[in-house]
Design a protein around this ligand. Sequence first.
Ligand code: HEM
Length: 327
Amino acid sequence: MFVSLTNDVICRSAFGRKYSEREDGKKFLMLLVELSQLTGNLSIGEFIPCLSWINRVNGFHARVDKAANEVDCFLDQVMQEHQINAGPAVIGERRENFMGILLKIYNDNTTSVSIDAENIKAIILVIFAGGTDTTTATLVWAMTELLWHPIVMNKLQNEIREILRDKHDINDKDLENMHYLKAVVKETLRYHTTAPLYPREAREDTKVMGYEVASGTMVLINAWAIGRDPAYWDEPEKFKPERFLNSSIDFMGLDFQLLPFGAGRRRCPGIKFAIAQVELVLANLLQKFEWELPQGIKPQDLDTIELHGSTIHRKNPLFAVATHCYF
Ligand code: HEM
């Protein structure tokens, strides 16, 4: 459900409509899963160039080519549909969306900015690839931890319900006052850093903690390990949102002990989009429902085994039962 939700939200912002009900949209969703697995795979040729033939022999290159072609076809089709519908009257009727804005720049020869079809497809793809999987995984891990820690769940529900009372629609102002919710989200991003590794290239020869790093070397930042480093965190293996209540540590890329969205010029540009979505979904789920594990499973029996890839998901799906609905 979280996959469909985050995908629908991104589709509505990027394309102005949902694709989850259409066959090609469902296929695109599966392709995103395949892409996540492919980008999470160790590509031996990148580290030892003379062994790059292995990726051809073991079928890795063929899988990459197939996924790239299929993604390209889907994005071509979405672009064509938008081109056909992109008259000013249609834009006026529907809310403007990201693809529409990019196509306006593409079709407009009078501005100094130019963009071609390949650029548009690449931008849309990176938003999908970067925005759906990570947000989904963060929501699943947040619910996992809340089900595992009923006291935290209770405290969070009390905060949310006290602020909202019987108000149905939650807005930005309500979220601003939910300090414990913000702490729960930060703690989830620290403890379950869903995008664990991101690459950089050393621009000059340097020495880090006694290691020589030559110019041009790919350096992988392990944000997952940093988030659990006992040198920076008290009891790092415990899920304790309270650690953020009286702390100014944030995930915007300036506090280097908490880097779930990266740092510097290539920092995630979707932070606000992601946080708004995660906070809104959690606030809605916890205000409106009581949650339990199915079939008498006790919180301490809930597993938190991780599936490794470019995004860290739960290995086994999370089943949660909404036992009481208040609306
Ligand atoms: C909880 C959700 C999310 C997490 C944990 C996350 C995390 C990250 C991380 C770690 C990076 C690499 C940063 C770096 O190299 O310094 C990144 C890049 C990126 N993210 Fe996110 N992200 C999330 C949601 C989103 C959303 C919702 C969008 C779009 C709406 C998005 C769009 C992107 C894009 C386009 C990049 C590539 C930026 C570049 O290469 O310059 N992300 N994200």
